[in-house]
Design a protein around this ligand. Sequence first.
Ligand SMILES: Nc1ncnc2c1ncn2[C@@H]1O[C@H](COP(=O)(O)OP(=O)(O)OP(=O)(O)O)[C@@H](O)[C@H]1O
Length: 302
Amino acid sequence: MSGASPILALERVSKVFGRGDSAVYAARSVSFGLHAGRTLALVGESGSGKTTAARLIMREYTPDDGQILFRGEPLGKAGRKALKAYRSAVQMVFQDPFSSLNPAHTIRYHLERPLRLHQPELSGPGRKAAVEELLARVKLDPKLVMPKFPHELSGGQRQRISIARALAVNPQVIVADEPTSMLDVSVRLGILNLLNAMKAEEQLALLYITHDIATARYVAEDIMVMYAGQIVEWGATDSVLGNPQHPYTRLLLAAVPDPDRRFDQSAPDELSQVDDIRRRSALPQDETRQFGDNHFVRVLAE
Ligand SMILES: Nc1ncnc2c1ncn2[C@@H]1O[C@H](COP(=O)(O)OP(=O)(O)OP(=O)(O)O)[C@@H](O)[C@H]1O
């Protein structure tokens, strides 16, 4: 979705769970690229395949078809050294900041650990200084926070620790899977702003996974809408959300609460389309059409 070569790209990647009648096509021929200094939002309802895409990127799953390219090289052919570099370069921030931190260890330990692995040449004081710098980058007070255990911090603070931990290994790509959905509404914006600042300062490529199309609009230059394992609409966020072409994108937008509209006034047409869209969107032979410079949609087969 940007002219330059992507740092990381998925090319027609598919993942199927189960076989025969019980097969679930969690990802169907999914293609996209992540670019330095840009955020790509992946939006879709529960079960659409977003986490499967993240797990494919994190190499928790191997694609059944298609390939993942890192800096133009297929991961499938990468040797041990290249895979190790990939593991540092691509970091994940999880939905639940509590379960991703070990309750038995201090925050200092959590941040020193990746530094020990990634920068073994650092001395004890050097490592401590690096932890302090990481905490300052995520806008936490190092002196206050370093000796604490995860349960002594708020949800928002814990998510900042997760982000600091990801940054500790100087990543090029961050996959953030619903990073704010378990946080209090009052701290969500702070986390999104932090991710935005990191992206700009470090020229990170960010994949922002969410079911919340409103936050996607806030953080992402580019957006993809996923439905039943397929990317059904993608392009510049302003164009896709300002002029949605796929009925499922329209449906997601219609589901964003509008303070001027009561629930019992929701448009019946939008809602009655759901089943029809579900059935038809599962068809794999859709064709792609282009709207404007950077806006594409999968048109359902008639
Ligand atoms: N390990 C697995 N084994 C079998 N089926 C799976 C597995 N992981 C995911 N699925 C199925 O694949 C589909 C996509 O799931 P996925 O978790 O990727 O969706 P999602 O969009 O991330 O949903 P959510 O927002 O609820 O996490 C679902 O139908 C799910 O039940």
